[in-house]
Design a protein. Structure first.
Length: 282
């Protein structure tokens, strides 16, 4: 089950009616089945291009989807109007919009988790002035379900709601992978490991050993491996059997997150995780 329901996105983007023109493409109903709508397929390709990519330029989206530049721009503008895409005014790069968050929030199985976690994360962000994240391991990826930040602090935006990060980068992605069965871990290590910064771990053996350390100590503190100058602290939320449900994490400027190489707010984050676990009955 995916927390980003592409079928729901499809339903939101178009209203299916036989013999109707949708975005310049005719859709017909034949023998009980509906032919594919090319514009919708292209729009979904754009959404998928943002997996693991908080922001992308027009050229990057064009390259990732294989569409021509003009078509990509028109689709991005249309999707911006519907709230599925936003554009950063400062650098003109694109990212996933609030409509994606709203669809993700309606996915079955997530509602109770978000209802339990978001108030706790909001309190945490307001108290510490960091950005707080709720994430899960879903379909082989570390997926962000919710991001909460305090208006008095700096918002960390490199992990968009509904987006994913490489397993070897960041606090929550590495922690989520560490709590997976060994075959899942080995499958992830068999794929190329992307370096987001010079601090990112890209050697499979080194990452394998580090995942064991994470599992043993029960948290991950990632320093400068997603963006130089930023750190993230993540802890798991487990069910009664000890199986992983999700992760919560904090991200902010490294000097504010660390003291003598140790995470400053580990005890506070562990208390927040215990509160969330109690609310969902685990």
């Amino acid at each position: 089950m995916s927390y980003l329901d592409t079928d729901a996105v499809h339903r939101h983007l178009v209203v299916i009616e036989p013999e109707r023109l949708v975005w310049g493409t005719r859709m017909t109903e034949k023998a009980g089945s509906i032919t594919h709508v090319r514009a919708v397929q292209r729009a979904l390709a754009i959404l998928r291009a943002f997996e693991g990519q908080p922001e992308m330029s027009l050229a990057e989206v064009t390259a990732a989807t294989g569409l021509d530049k003009g078509t990509t721009r028109r689709l991005l503008i249309t999707m911006m109007g519907e709230g599925f895409i936003v554009q950063n005014a400062a650098n003109q790069r694109y990212g996933l919009g609030r409509a994606v968050r709203n669809l993700a929030a309606s996915a079955a199985g997530e509602i109770d988790l978000r209802a339990a976690a978001v108030p706790v994360l909001s309190e945490l962000a307001a108290e510490l002035h960091f950005t707080a994240f709720l994430s899960v391991f879903q379909d082989g990826q570390a997926t962000c379900l919710e991001r909460v930040h305090d208006m008095k602090g700096m918002e960390v935006r490199w992990w968009a709601v509904g987006g994913s990060l490489p397993h070897n980068c960041g606090g929550a992605p590495k922690l989520l992978l560490a709590y997976q069965p060994e075959p899942t871990i080995e499958a992830a290590l068999a794929r190329p490991l992307v370096a987001m910064t010079p601090r990112s771990v890209t050697a499979p053996d080194q990452l394998r050993d580090h995942l064991k350390t994470i599992r043993a100590r029960g948290y991950e503190f990632a320093v400068d491996d997603v963006a130089v100058g930023l750190s993230a602290l993540a802890v798991p939320i487990l069910d009664r059997s000890g199986a992983l449900l999700c992760a919560i994490s904090l991200a902010g400027l490294t000097p504010q997150m660390s003291r003598r190489g140790r995470p400053v707010h580990l005890d506070r984050l562990l208390r927040a995780a215990a509160t969330i676990a109690a609310r969902i009955g685990s």
